[in-house]
Design a protein around this ligand. Structure first.
Ligand code: ATP
Length: 240
């Protein structure tokens, strides 16, 4: 097997005196969807913030394409190809949908590539294409979630980090968002690390999963096998 595109080894990250994650090791192989599951406060968001340079870990290493990046700032991490879509759908509310997408390409100068990628994003997101001239602040939650994923794709990332894309969306929209994630991964071979509370949906979409509790990995396996585990079924899938 080839080396994973991303590897975390023994990561510990804190907010002042509060240690949010400890001893976390995980990998994202090329072309794979990996999900991180866990209850509120388990440390899922902190894992993504550590990868994208928002938080510098106190211990451990973040290895991307064989290079240690745990001391890089978020701009540098974005420039080497890691796109982070944070929780909460932060669109630029006064810019149009199209302008929001173009903001994702701000660090690029290849005009032809940008135009091609805009076509590609509109192909994935027909609803956004229909609304391309609308200001993003007037779009629905689901449309805004699609838009921020599209904006991340406009940076032509090598790795996509998604934080709770289903948050606050109806079951129909959650299904649509995850279908989109699977399609992008399948067609672009883009590796995706997605943090979710909606375990059932995430396990169906992803290939491999990690379960966090109180800042530690308590289980990891292929999603098929995780779905069969009694603990996962009872605590995360709500099965009796
Ligand atoms: P959620 O689903 O609620 O986002 P999570 O699994 O993503 O949960 P984190 O947000 O990573 O969890 O939080 C992990 C721990 O770190 C929690 O105990 C949380 O209270 C704490 N924490 C998170 N952000 C901060 C902060 N800015 N300052 C202090 N403590 C924080």
């Amino acid at each position: 097997m080839s080396e994973p595109i991303l590897k975390l080894t023994n990561i510990e990250s804190s907010y002042g005196p509060i240690t949010a994650i400890r001893g976390i090791s995980m990998s994202v192989p090329e072309a794979t969807i990996v999900t991180v599951l866990g209850a509120n406060g388990a440390g899922k968001t902190t894992v993504l913030k550590t990868i994208s340079g928002i938080i510098d870990p106190r211990k451990g290493a973040v290895i991307f394409e064989g290079k240690a990046i745990q001391s890089m700032d978020p701009d540098a991490v974005a420039r080497i190809g890691i796109a982070h879509v944070p929780e909460g759908r932060e669109v630029f509310p006064l810019l149009t949908a199209r302008e929001n997408l173009m903001m994702g390409a701000y660090a690029r100068s290849d005009r032809k590539g940008i135009a091609d990628d805009l076509e590609m994003v509109f192909n994935y997101l027909p609803a956004v294409k229909r609304l391309e001239k609308r200001t993003a602040g007037t779009m629905s939650g689901g449309e805004q979630q699609m838009l921020v994923i599209g904006r991340a794709l406009m940076s032509r990332p090598k790795l996509l980090l998604l934080d709770e894309p289903s948050l606050g969306l109806s079951p129909r929209l959650v299904k649509e968002i995850f279908e989109l994630i699977v399609r992008i991964n399948g067609e672009q071979k883009l590796p995706i690390l997605v943090v979710e509370q909606n375990a059932g949906t995430a396990l169906k979409a992803a290939h491999y999963g990690y379960v966090l509790e109180l800042g530690r990995v308590v289980m990891e396996d292929s999603c098929e096998r995780l779905m069969e585990k009694e603990d996962v079924r009872e605590f995360y899938l709500g099965a009796a």
